[in-house]
Design a protein around this ligand. Structure first.
Ligand code: HEC
Ligand code: HEC
Length: 307
């Protein structure tokens, strides 16, 4: 239960004011009703008049008076049963968190068999099963699309899941590992080490790895920096390392191609500031849903690379 108790002074403050106001109202309507001028209906008016309309100075109709009383009884009953008076939890023990948890538990109980039915199927069987893929597609929309795009196509900083290029590996085991544990990439920032000139040179070398236009002199200087600082993670030939999530720099797939910058400028930005991509762990979804999603990501990759 999530309850943040008030300090006892403020708890008492809330309770006293709340009850004070309720009993104050009760006292007020009682006293007014009992007071002499309101004992019975009269022809007296309040003494003011607007456009020929005057206001009688009469007691409240009885039904109205009773409604006031009922409201007060209801209020007191409510405050006795539910939380409302400072730290008093109410006699029913109801909490919004408790209600939420009960509803979630009911939903889990209701839907768990649906996901469990897919548990014993292999990833390949799931991919071939349209009803499994339909359920998985909804899980993807709810949990993944916000970052990876509704079709898994990715975006700036969020990997495309429909291609054959993987930061951490595209086997069912690796995808499942990504989903269970999450991933945290660490590409250090290089500006203080390389300086502007060094960044420029290294960027020329990096784009040369994928056969892009580059300045040969700068790239040759950059190659030295690369061998010193980058090869350990991105490998000497630039093909990357899936254990670290260090991307392959020799292909045409860029995680950090900024929409408004060229690839050369984007690479420079990455080198200057570093990058720390975070894929949050999906463990809260549970094994069955992760199993389904693993199959779904495999299918995205297969359908994408088949094009
Ligand atoms: C400690 C390991 C490590 C070192 C050293 C390292 N990188 Fe990286 N690099 C990474 C990781 C991990 C990523 C992915 C970052 C992410 O996903 O947020 C990355 C991303 C990149 C990218 C972005 C690729 C893309 O697809 O947008 C470029 C370019 C890059 N590194 C170049 C370099 C260069 C050049 C050096 C040397 C100056 C270097 N890296 C040194 C680990 C490293
Ligand atoms: C908050 C944003 C976010 C959400 C939500 C999210 N991801 Fe990711 N995901 C990322 C980022 C960012 C990376 C890349 C991490 C990095 O830079 O190394 C990633 C990486 C991955 C990878 C590894 C890709 C590779 O090339 O190895 C897979 C697979 C993946 N996500 C699948 C999913 C699935 C399935 C879901 C839904 C259950 C999901 N992600 C939800 C942000 C997200």
């Amino acid at each position: 239960m999530f309850s943040q108790d008030l300090p006892s002074f403020w708890s008492a403050w809330v309770a006293v004011i709340t009850l004070g106001v309720i009993f104050g109202c009760l006292w007020l309507i009682y006293v007014v009703r009992r007071s002499e001028p309101y004992k019975e209906e009269t022809e007296h008016t309040m003494g003011h008049e607007f456009d020929g309309i005057a206001e009688y100075d009469n007691p409240l109709p009885r039904w109205w008076y009773m409604k006031f009383l009922l409201t007060i009884v209801f209020g007191l009953g409510y405050l006795a049963l539910y939380p409302g008076l400072g730290n008093f939890q109410g006699l029913l023990g109801w909490t919004s968190t408790g209600q939420y948890e009960t509803e979630i538990a009911t939903a889990e109980q209701q839907y768990a068999p649906i996901f469990a039915a897919f548990r014993d199927q292999s990833v390949d069987e799931l991919i071939a099963d349209p009803s499994a893929m339909e359920v998985a597609g909804r899980l993807f929309s709810n949990n993944c699309a916000v970052c990876h795009g509704s079709a898994g196509q990715g975006a700036y900083g969020f990997p495309n899941l429909t291609d054959a290029d993987w930061l951490y590996g595209g086997s069912a085991e690796k995808i499942s590992e990504t989903l269970h544990n999450g991933r945290l990439a660490n590409m250090p920032a290089w500006l203080t080490i390389l300086g502007d000139q060094g960044i420029e040179e290294t960027a020329h070398y990096v784009v040369s790895l994928s056969g892009r236009a580059h300045d040969q002199t700068l790239a040759t200087a950059g190659q030295v920096h690369y061998a010193t600082y980058c090869a350990a993670c991105h490998m000497p030939d630039g093909t990357g390392n899936q254990l670290l999530g260090a991307p392959n720099l020799t292909d045409d797939v860029w995680l950090y191609k900024a929409p408004n910058l060229t690839i050369h400028e984007s690479v420079k930005l990455t080198l200057r500031n570093g990058r720390q991509g975070v894929m949050p762990s999906q463990a809260r979804l549970g094994d069955d849903k992760i199993h389904l999603l693993t199959a779904y990501v495999r299918r995205l990759a297969e359908s994408g690379s088949a094009q």
